[in-house]
Write a protein of this length. Structure first.
Length: 176
């Protein structure tokens, strides 16, 4: 079983799509033996294009899927919630789910691991540091708490109140 961290983001019907993404991931991955954990939800500005603010969070889960199977599963959830696979990289999103970490795997294919944006985007690093402060970045060799403490980006980011659903085997900031 692999310990996996996924980044979720949305800037179109944001609350609805973040909640829908969490439900879909929960349905597929959460169990009594392997509960799913979710960080606080953060509001951030759009990066790379002019657009509405995003809501972002990070989810920790355990899976026996391979990296490619997990990536395909995430893309299927995105498509089911209105995100076409042909969408430009820097564009509005109903739901975006990215594999950030898969155990301590380092690779460039089938997806880049660890995902480079961990080190560059506050909306990924802060919730990751919240969920796994003592976990080490597999390339940098620093904990995510250390990386967040030393982060020097200028992105606007703030935690928000988010109405998490009361789902079994889901650990949220409200019930941690």
């Amino acid at each position: 079983m692999a310990q996996v961290f996924l980044g979720l983001g949305s800037n179109r019907q944001r609350h609805h799509h973040i909640a829908a993404g969490l439900r879909a991931l929960h349905k597929q991955f959460a169990s009594a033996e392997y509960p799913m954990r979710v960080a606080s939800v953060y509001e951030s500005e759009a990066i790379g294009f002019a657009g509405h603010d995003f809501l972002n969070t990070v989810v920790a889960l355990t899976t026996d899927l391979s990296v490619i199977e997990l990536s395909k599963s995430c893309k299927a959830i995105e498509r089911a919630h209105g995100h076409p696979s042909s969408a430009a990289r820097f564009s509005p999103r109903t739901l975006d789910i990215d594999v950030l970490l898969y155990d301590d795997k380092v690779c460039d294919s089938p997806v880049q691991l660890p995902r480079a944006e961990i080190l560059h985007n506050a909306f990924v690093l802060w919730p990751l540091a919240e969920l796994a402060p003592h976990l080490y970045h597999p390339v940098k060799g620093q904990t995510f708490a250390q990386l967040w403490q030393n982060y020097r980006g200028a992105q606007r980011l703030q935690p928000i109140e988010f109405p998490f659903e009361d789902l079994p085997y889901l650990i949220t900031p409200n019930n941690a």
